[in-house]
Design a protein around this ligand. Structure first.
Ligand SMILES: Cc1ncc(COP(=O)(O)O)c(C=O)c1O
Length: 362
């Protein structure tokens, strides 16, 4: 037996939403009969121009990618209105969250985050040998006051998932700013805005201005959601240049592959397509929530591309060909899909409730 690091046995590998092919194999059915609403992915592929650019670049992958993401940082800096050195890229924002945890963690430190929230905060904290201080959500939303009180002298980092995965709730801009102002300067505040593009709430605002203002604030985002590039792995962090340089010390080389860089650069040229996809998500989200309400299904109103639903029906949905994400015993998280996928999800819910009421009648 290899001698694994002390504490490593307590870690469990990340459990992703189950891929269609795997579920089809297990159930012995045709993958075409399944829909996946389990990983908050875009229901549509990358922009056509992105596919063209990636195809054209594929012949060059005998070369290592640009380790400093020069062209990508330039394109993103224009799009965000920040300087290129106020940006850092990673193989998905998950990688950046792990880099952050490793950079500020270590034995004797602690990290504060809400629970339930994105599981990577818990995993990255454990990986960094730090203690996780998990602050329960209040009414499915971050309780920033409680999180502030939970910060201890040895705390080095605090994660705010805005909007929150899995509940889809957001914290208003004023509350985020007040929180940042009160967190001790030695604590890094990470505002995870993975679902930023989908938010429609009037009182929401990005925390990028705070990240540019303060060395202890970083905003993370991703190309995995609205840009439809989850399979290529690109995420980014925005913050002061020195903070990002310090974080890069814990990053492996070349984690943003060459095709991912080309894809992200190209995707940034089409902001109108991003807006259109976000609009479609918001229309479908409204429709889905209305349909859930009409069925008296308990759900949490969402600002993201998924809905948190009180339901035990994970297995029953699977039997109907719908892959949702189980969230403990009482809840499931369902990604907003294409209109026809959302219809199939609703039809599956109806089928399940009809057959369970028939069972009840027996
Ligand atoms: C809140 C949150 N942050 C970050 C990520 C990571 O995304 P990626 O690593 O694909 O950039 C996710 C993915 O589901 C997420 O839900």
């Amino acid at each position: 037996m290899p001698a694994f690091r002390t504490g490593a046995a307590a870690l469990s590998p990340y459990q992703a939403g189950r891929p269609i092919e795997e579920v089809a194999r297990d159930l012995g059915i045709d993958p075409a009969r399944l829909i996946k609403l389990a990983s908050n992915e875009s229901p549509v592929g990358p922009f056509p121009e992105v596919i063209e650019a990636v195809t054209a670049a594929a012949g060059g992958v005998n070369r290592y990618p640009d380790n400093d993401w020069h062209d990508l940082a330039k394109a993103m800096s224009v799009s965000l209105g920040v300087a290129p050195d106020q940006l850092m890229f990673g193989g998905g924002s998950s990688e950046l969250l792990i880099v952050i945890a490793l950079s500020v963690g270590g034995a004797g430190t602690s990290a504060v985050y809400a629970w339930p929230s994105f599981i990577i905060y818990r995993m990255a904290t454990a990986l960094a040998g730090a203690e996780g201080i998990e602050v329960p959500l209040s009414q499915q939303t971050h309780d920033l006051e409680a999180m502030l009180s939970a910060i201890r002298p040895e705390t080095t980092v605090c994660y705010v998932c805005n909007p929150n995965n899995p509940t889809g709730t957001h914290v208003p801009a004023d509350a985020v700013v007040r929180f940042i102002e009160q967190v001790p300067e030695r604590v890094l505040v990470v505002i995870d805005e993975a679902y930023h593009e989908y938010v429609t709430a009037a009182d929401y605002r990005t925390a990028i201005p705070e990240a540019l203002l303060r060395p202890n604030v970083v905003v993370t985002r991703t190309f995995s959601k609205v840009y439809g590039l989850a399979g290529l792995r690109v995420g980014y962090a925005v913050g002061q240049s020195q903070t990002l340089l310090d974080l890069r010390r814990a990053q492996a080389p070349f984690t943003v592959n060459a095709l991912a860089q080309v894809a992200a650069i190209t995707a940034l040229k089409y902001p109108q397509q991003v807006q259109q996809r976000a609009r479609l998500n918001s229309e479908e989200r409204t429709r889905l929530e209305k349909e859930l309400a009409a069925r008296e299904v308990v759900y949490v109103p969402s600002q993201a591309n998924f809905v948190y639903i009180k339901s035990h029906a994970y297995e029953a949905l699977l039997a109907q060909g719908v892959i949702a994400r189980p969230m403990g015993d009482e809840w499931i998280r369902v990604t907003i899909g294409a209109p026809e996928e959302n219809e199939r999800f609703l039809a599956a819910l109806d089928e399940i409730s009809e057959s369970s009421s028939q069972v009840g009648e027996d």
